[in-house]
Design a protein around this ligand. Structure first.
Ligand code: AMP
Ligand code: MG
Length: 478
């Protein structure tokens, strides 16, 4: 489809006006296209070959509205670092409407009613991070918002220093957050709360519409998806960094990429967010925080669902999480069928990864070709004796596998990525883009989409992270 044939709808605007604020995007000065993601164009039925750079720039810069597009910002609240904030909302995101079940949103396109003191802008640095990381998560099979394109500009934006404004057009099947429900619950607007629950059912859980106890079933599904999502994050060493309830998707996808990081060397207590002094959102706290956030959602839904039923769904979280994580980790080790002692084997692996300062991505990738020769694996650790002992146990465990070594290698190479976009890699692309060189952004998009493939020209990004770039913390400013 050509861009002029694309028609959006905005069912969210059928809700009471308290749910949103209609606002037009504010264009950036001298916009330029940095990257266009053909895969995402196809999601919304747009023929990538039939869209020009000028059309894309106009779409992202808000100077050209698609048919049916009615820009609006959504209202929500949320618990930020454990404290309730009664009104947040899209302070710098503007929704354009949806097509093919994908809702289009511009991030960084100016102020809205919910901007508070913010300027409504997003800087090039954080926009490149969001653009590439959402696609990288998708490439890894992790539920996430997607990104269609990114534009840069000459517009000056004040952060710790002057930076340049940028806009990402991002897509999600839903932009409703835990905090959307909290907003209406804490404002004692129970009627509106019900309308929101009905809307989410229609939009994202149509299988439960008209079913008995539909709200409860929807909540149960959110519990399950959240547990699975966080198990996936843990399995690849992803630290989100700002798991406030306003950043928790009601459909269980990763949203709102900020100071996130893929861990370099494995460190269970790793904190990627510089402002998170207490480590509330550290890597090993993520599963617990997922539960805490679901408790906040359950509380917000309490006018609609009896407390004991919410409680019984919440209680399933731990099992969902553990079962799914064990499944993922077994696959990372190439184990065919579960065995009682697997959790011990895995626990000792994570301890030795931490003790030996092992970079988990190259480690699991090297393990994916393990055939008894330990040399390459031992070179990855500072505690080789521990790894040697563990490999003895692993050798023994592999004897229980019924499939061939070749098949194990093949499966593990499709499970353990060769390329993940670590922060230092993203930073190289950002540094180049600041100088108007967008080649690396586009090359990293290819790596993001194909993380299990060999890309010989990017071998340098597959190794251990250089020490001076390892496990750094990132500023929240974006
Ligand atoms: P975040 O930490 O990015 O999830 O943002 C938390 C809240 O602050 C959300 O309501 C955002 O819309 C809002 N916000 C963040 N940055 C800005 C900005 N530059 N201008 C306006 N609102 C912002
Ligand atoms: Mg947010």
């Amino acid at each position: 489809m050509k861009i002029q044939e694309l028609t959006l709808t905005a069912p969210y605007l059928s809700l009471d006006p308290i749910f949103y604020h209609k606002v037009a995007p504010a264009p950036l000065q001298n916009p330029k296209l940095i990257s266009f993601n053909v895969e995402a164009a196809e999601l919304i039925g747009l023929d990538p070959a039939q869209i020009s750079d000028e059309e894309l720039i106009a779409l992202l810069n808000g100077t050209r509205l698609l048919n049916g597009s009615q820009p609006y910002a959504m209202c929500y609240a949320g618990h930020q670092f454990g404290y309730y904030v009664p009104r947040l909302g899209d302070g710098r995101a503007i929704n354009l409407g949806g097509v093919n079940r994908w809702n289009l949103q511009l991030k960084g396109s100016g102020q809205t009613l919910y901007s508070r003191q913010g300027d409504g802008r997003a800087v090039l640095r954080s926009s490149i991070r969001e653009y590439l990381m959402s696609e990288a998560m998708h490439g890894l099979g992790i539920p996430t918002s997607r990104a269609l394109a990114i534009i840069g500009s000459d517009e000056k934006v004040a952060r710790e220093k002057w930076e340049k404004g940028a806009i990402v057009l991002r897509l999600a099947p839903s932009w409703i957050r835990f905090g959307s429900f909290e907003y209406f619950f804490h404002a004692h607007k129970h009627q509106e709360l019900e309308h929101l629950a009905d809307f989410l059912l229609q939009e994202s859980f149509p299988e439960f519409v008209g079913v008995e106890e539909a709200y409860l079933k929807m909540f149960g599904e959110i519990v399950k998806r959240t547990a699975q999502l966080i198990a996936l994050w843990q399995s690849v060493g992803f630290n989100h960094g700002v798991m406030n309830t306003d950043n928790m998707s009601a459909i269980g996808i990763t949203i709102d990429y900020g100071p996130f990081a893929f861990m370099d060397t494995f460190e269970s207590g790793y904190i990627c967010n510089h402002t998170d002094a207490q480590g509330r959102y550290s890597y090993d706290n993520q599963p617990r925080i997922g539960y805490w956030n679901l408790e906040r959602l359950a509380h917000a839904l309490s006018p609609l669902i009896p407390a004991e039923k919410l409680e019984s769904e919440l209680n399933k979280y731990g099992d969902y999480f553990t079962t799914y994580l064990m499944e993922l980790l077994r696959a990372k080790l190439g184990l065919d069928a579960p065995c009682e002692k697997d959790s011990d084997l895995l626990r000792s692996l994570f301890t030795l990864m931490e003790n030996g300062r092992i970079d988990m991505t190259p480690f699991f990738r090297t393990l994916s070709r393990y055939n008894g020769n330990r040399e390459q694996l031992l070179a990855l650790t500072l505690a080789p004796n521990q790894l040697n002992e563990w490999l003895n146990q692993y050798d023994e465990r592999l004897l229980l596998n019924t499939s061939s070594t070749e098949l194990r290698h093949e499966k593990m190479l499709r499970t353990n990525p060769k390329y993940i976009l670590k922060n230092y890699i993203l930073q190289e692309a950002i540094d180049a883009a600041e100088k108007n060189d967008f080649i690396l952004v586009n090359d990293l998009l290819t790596l993001a989409h194909n993380p299990y493939d060999e890309h010989n020209e990017f071998e340098r990004y597959a190794g251990v992270t250089p020490l001076h770039h390892t496990n750094l913390k990132l500023s929240c400013s974006s």
